[in-house]
Design a protein around this ligand. Structure first.
Ligand code: CA
Length: 237
């Protein structure tokens, strides 16, 4: 199947032009006109690349990009900026964008950048495949019938792959790497979600509940991720 590109642009005529030209190149295209919809669409469809305008209603492109990167969204993000002076902010590592174009830009230039980014991702994937094939058992944490493969980002219980959302995986890995330690909700939130995450410690509770459903043999009486009264959680293994 052809690659899916999410086009986030609030100016209708530009959005339409972008979508039209990308489809003509054989890509599948989804569109969003504001930041919140963009975030929701990206989470749901996991596009292969995002063309992301900075100035957007609801949530600007920089916030969208940062939020996705925090969630381990790894597809390339190409930002559209209106002014040159925004570039320094965009390409900074903390934002997590891969490339940018300053408006106005030519369609040919945009297509070339998109192709380059998709090709780069293809190379990365092939390299990762090579590593996987070369050392399948490497980098695995084992706790009884539970194993976590950090290279593949794969969790198995009794040999069966457990589907985890990216944040659930990050949380479980964080627990596993701090086995036996009491971890406060605030500490977990800061280390797993990032200090600038907009949310509260209930986010941690919700994800712990989901994780327990997936990795505990009796989620109502958890033996792996135990609650520490007045404190937080402790991973027993
Ligand atoms: Ca705009």
């Amino acid at each position: 199947m052809s690659e899916l590109i999410l086009v986030v642009e609030d100016e209708p005529s530009l959005q339409e032009t972008l979508a039209y030209n990308l489809e003509k190149q054989g890509y599948r295209v989804e569109t969003a006109s504001d930041g919140r919809t963009a975030l929701e669409t990206a989470r749901r469809l996991k596009p292969d690349l995002i063309v992301l305008d900075i100035m957007l209603p609801a949530l600007d492109g920089i916030e969208v990009c940062k939020a996705l990167r925090r969630e381990s969204f790894s597809s390339p993000i190409l930002m559209l900026t209106a002014r040159d002076e925004e570039i320094d902010r965009v390409v900074g590592l903390e934002i997590g964008a891969d490339d940018y174009l300053t408006k106005p830009f030519s369609m040919r230039e945009l297509l070339a950048r998109i192709k380059a980014q998709l090709r780069r991702m293809q190379v990365v994937r092939e390299e990762l495949d090579k590593i996987k094939t070369a050392s399948p058992a490497q980098d695995t944490l084992i706790f009884g019938n539970l194993s976590i493969n950090r290279t593949r980002r794969e969790v198995l219980v009794d040999g069966n792959v457990i589907p985890l959302k990216p944040q659930e995986y990050e949380l479980l890995l964080f627990f596993a790497e701090h086995r036996g330690q009491m971890l406060s909700r605030e500490f977990i939130l800061e280390r797993v979600w990032g200090w600038d995450y907009i949310g509260d410690s209930r986010t941690v509770d919700v994800h712990v509940r989901w994780l327990r459903q997936k990795i505990e043999s009796d989620p109502a009486n958890p033996a792996r991720i135990v609650t520490v009264r007045g404190g937080g959680y402790r991973f027993e293994g």
